[in-house]
Design a protein around this ligand. Structure first.
Ligand code: AMP
Ligand code: ZN
Length: 159
C-alpha cells in the first residue's frame, strides 16, 4: 500500500512517536490526541479495517491493545480507558489502515461511553426480532471469512 499513511509509519518513512513494537503490531501516539497518552495500535500488515482482518491477526492485535491499555492506565494514571475503532467513512474512519484508538479517560471530562457516539434509539419489539433474525442468518455465514486471505477459498461467501 504505497500511499497509505500508516504503512509509511510502519516502514519508517514518516516519523511517529512509537511506544510499542513486535513482529506484527506497532503502537504510536496519535498526532491529535484526545488526551495525553492517546495511542494508536495498528497491524504492520495493511488491512483497511477490522472487517478485512483474519482472526489470527485480529487476535494478535487485540492482545497488544489489551496490554497497551493496561500500560496506559498505569503509566498515565488514568481513571479509565476508552477503546475506539471505526470501520468505514460512515463510522468516522479517516485513515484507511486498520487502527485502534486507546484513549486514557478521566472523571468529569465530558461525554463518556456510547452516549458520546450516538444517542439511544427507540426500536419496537417486532423490529428487534427482525434485526435479530437478520443478524443470526448473517453471523452463520461469516465464520470462514476470518481465515487469512491466502487460505480463503474464492468467493465462498456472498453478501
Ligand atoms: P480515524 O478517524 O479513526 O481514522 O483516526 C485517525 C487518527 O489518526 C486521528 O486521530 C489522527 O489524529 C491520527 N493521525 C493522522 N496522521 C497521523 C500521524 N502522522 N501520526 C499519528 N497519528 C496520526
Ligand atoms: Zn496501510
Amino acid at each position: 500500500m504505497e500511499e497509505c499513511l500508516f504503512c509509511k509509519i510502519v516502514a519508517g518513512q514518516i516519523p511517529a512517536e512509537k511506544v510499542y513494537e513486535d513482529s506484527d503490531v506497532i503502537a504510536f501516539l496519535d498526532i491529535n490526541p484526545r488526551n495525553p497518552g492517546h495511542t494508536l495500535v495498528i497491524p504492520k500488515k495493511h488491512f483497511s479495517d477490522l472487517l478485512e482482518m483474519d482472526d489470527e491477526y485480529a487476535m494478535k492485535l487485540f492482545v497488544a491493545v489489551k496490554r497497551i491499555a493496561k500500560a496506559i492506565k498505569d503509566g498515565i494514571k488514568a481513571d479509565g480507558i476508552s477503546i475506539s475503532q471505526s470501520n468505514g467513512r460512515a463510522a468516522g474512519q479517516v485513515v484507511n489502515h486498520m487502527h485502534v484508538h486507546v484513549i486514557p479517560r478521566f472523571f468529569n471530562e465530558g461525554p463518556v461511553g456510547l452516549e458520546s457516539i450516538l444517542p439511544t434509539k427507540k426500536i419496537d419489539q417486532g423490529s428487534m426480532k427482525n434485526i435479530s433474525n437478520i443478524l443470526k442468518e448473517a453471523i452463520s455465514k461469516v465464520s470462514e471469512v476470518s481465515k487469512p486471505a491466502s487460505e480463503k477459498k474464492e468467493m465462498e461467501f456472498e453478501f
